[in-house]
Design a protein. Sequence first.
Length: 114
Amino acid sequence: MSKMKRLFRVWGGMAVAIALLLLAVAALSGCSGPGEITAVEPTATLYPPPPTDIPAPPPGPTPAAMDFPIAAPTRAPVVQVDDGTCVDCHTNEQVLQAMATEEEAPEVESEGEG
């Protein structure tokens, strides 16, 4: 084997061994017990303590008063439109002339210097 391959093999083996050791340390560090809980003396605060009383629940919804019996709903009549209306509108010269617009000539952008 060449010298470079041997160096890569040695360094690669060392890197794998170090990675396995770090993994084992990380896995075993969870086995230690939790830290001891110590009591801390209270300190003065800027804010008053929160109230200890439980607030009363909000009142429930109250139904609106209604007069019964309620009057029946009214229905608007539906106007049936036939094709004659479309034909009348599209063939009416006065309406077509009122809606017509003159076409503007497109600007020629290739004129002038440049």
